[in-house]
Design a protein around this ligand. Structure first.
Ligand code: PRP
Ligand code: ZN
Length: 298
């Protein structure tokens, strides 16, 4: 085991994806002894080293094969690939969509600015930290506008009269609102993704990647699923199954001697359990328990 090759995974050092990236890896049972400002950090119970870098660099490191793996926003991956040219797409691929860090790359204009559709942006200047993605979008839509590349605080560009509009990441939208800007056009939907270099490496390394991937899948699947327990009248069973199409092979246990009441236990994929719960109550379900699942395998 000591000779097994070590993998490198690039993750964001500090920013919107850092904590969730760490949580995900810890959820896979990996242990690290990370100290602030440390750039390389060894996992103590798995052949993996973390490289803690700026999010802007992650896709480049993985595309170049400096790291085998990386956790990065899809927006950043796209920007890197568009900026480096189409032939780069064969250098890297997405292993998993991780389901956190959801946001969108969008164009926003000052509240009072007239905007009908993207053609309203013709001859405008648009400030962004995503020049390649924005330029690609403008080209696709045959809109001629000036792309102004600034690396941070893009949202103040209109107030400083540096640009007429901006193109930036939007998550809750509060940054736009507090800067008097209105979102008018999404150009890319994003979430964090696990990427892998396409550079060739040894079967031993591939084997380690597969092990890690299996664990990640288990944790990601579990995050989207709940274990549900409830009591219900037997005659409501079919209705309950139709209320919860995500119910996988429920166990049905008769309660009492007359068999009219049952307990249902099942794993369910339910993104919004509150409204489901109300419907279940309405068909007679009671004592509904919703339990988080830590991991799912097999
Ligand atoms: C992004 C973006 C906005 C903010 C939007 O920055 O540049 O400033 O998030 O989020 P909101 O809609 O929830 O207000 P990020 O935190 O990713 O930092 P960075 O641009 O410095 O990488
Ligand atoms: Zn950044």
């Amino acid at each position: 085991m000591n000779n097994s090759p070590r993998l490198r995974i690039a993750i964001q050092k500090s920013g919107r994806l850092s904590e969730k990236s760490f949580d995900l890896l810890r959820g896979c049972g990996l242990e690290f002894d990370w100290r602030r400002n440390q750039l390389l950090c060894a996992c103590t119970n798995f052949p993996l080293d973390l490289m803690l870098v700026r999010d802007d660099d992650i896709a480049e490191f993985v595309t170049d094969g400096v790291c085998e793996l990386g956790i990065v926003g899809f927006n950043m991956l796209e920007e890197t690939l568009l900026a480096r040219g189409d032939n780069q797409r064969q250098e890297v691929h997405i292993l998993e969509r991780l389901g956190f860090g959801t946001c969108r790359l969008a164009i926003a204009v000052p509240e009072e600015k007239h905007f009908v559709d993207i053609n309203s942006l013709a001859n405008c200047s648009i400030a962004t930290s995503y020049p390649a993605s924005l330029q690609y979008f403008l080209n696709q839509n045959h809109v001629e506008a000036e792309v102004i590349h600034i690396s941070g605080s893009v949202e103040i560009a209109p107030a400083l009269q540096i640009a007429d509009a901006i193109c930036d990441l939007v998550s809750t939208g509060s940054t736009l609102r507090s800067n008097g800007l209105r979102e008018v056009q999404t150009i890319l939907e994003s979430q964090s993704v696990l990427i892998q270099t396409n550079k060739k490496f040894s079967p031993e390394k591939n084997e380690v990647i597969s092990r890690l991937e299996e664990r990640l899948k288990g944790v990601i699947r579990a995050a989207k699923t709940k274990y549900i327990m409830m009591n219900a009248p037997l005659e409501a069973l079919e209705e309950i199954k139709s209320i919860m199409p995500g119910l996988e092979d429920p166990s049905v246990i008769p309660l009492g001697s007359d068999g009219k009441k049952i307990a249902i236990h099942a794993v369910a994929r339910e993104p919004d359990f509150w409204s489901t719960m109300e419907k279940l109550r309405a068909v007679g379900a009671s004592s509904i328990l919703v339990v988080p699942i830590e991991k799912i395998f097999g």
